[in-house]
Design a protein around this ligand. Sequence first.
Ligand SMILES: [Zn+2]
Length: 367
Amino acid sequence: MSQLATVETNQNLLVRNAIAKRSHEDKALLRRHIPELVELERILLQAGDKIKTRILDTYQARGIDLPVYSVELGDFKPDQPRLLIVGGVHGIERIGSRVAIALLASWLQRISWEKSLQDSLQNMSITFVPIANPTGMFRNTRANGNGVDLMRNAPIDAEEKVPFLIGGQRISNRISWYRGDTEKLEPENQTLEILVDRLTQQSPLVISIDCHSGFGFKDRLWFPYAYRRRPMKGIAPIMALKLLWESGYPNHQYVFEPQSNHYLTHGDLWDYLYKKYSSPPDNHNFLPLTLELGSWIWVKKKPSQLLSMEGLFNPMVEHREQRTLRKHLPLFDFLRHATYSFSNWMPSQEQFAQLQQMAESLWYRES
Ligand SMILES: [Zn+2]
């Protein structure tokens, strides 16, 4: 046990207070419906003052408070690059949260002895929001407590026709993919927007990765846009990041591509935040990625998973879950190194045109 784990700190107090408010019945309900939150709090208590914990917002389910925790590693100084890791935006895609929580636990263990990790955190910061939609996760639904799909909720409309319902709908919040009020972001999305606003201020580069599951047999790394088929203005740094990843980590299993290669949607939060907070090719960049874990492979291996909603989106067999939790560690290590070392690979203004051309012929050639 690390020495830090026994030190009483204000960090611990915040989590202890949240736990102390719960009755025995509340705790039992949380263990049953949102064990990810219980596990996260256990990790936070152990980490003590190695991290900065905040409660960004609190929601309720069955009268129980469900905090949205953010966890910060590093000193958070101005003019430093930052990495943001988000999970649980779609409550039913629990594996995304579990991947983020397992990663947090791994890095916290390594902080106590790994000098290169300690040193890098002098020059960058890492923020985790592992359970962004706790009400949805508690209820095992894709949407938040208002029945709104947080990835269809941003004020941005697709340029072309979107797939019926799936692309985002305004018919009813009883049907999936409900967009909610166009004028107002749902509170969970407002929280993420405030966070991105804070992270991008006085930072030369913020890379974010939002962990989802459910599409296809392969794991995918998606980048904006979802609302249009034309490339984003800052495609050059994305292209550079892809080249960096593929040359340094060959034989990986991910498909790296724009989401629009598959289908267009209305209201994607990362489209909206990218447009608002990135201003390439100036000295200010925000690169939002989505990790879309291919869940169909789990269903293929165990077809009975088709019978439950949870089975459609999560590995329901222990060894398959364990494999998922460990197999993405190299990707996250890469993103951490890429964030820290951004000045060594971020394209200059002269390189922008060439990388843009490369990206266009790779991803956007008219068929
Ligand atoms: Zn999702």
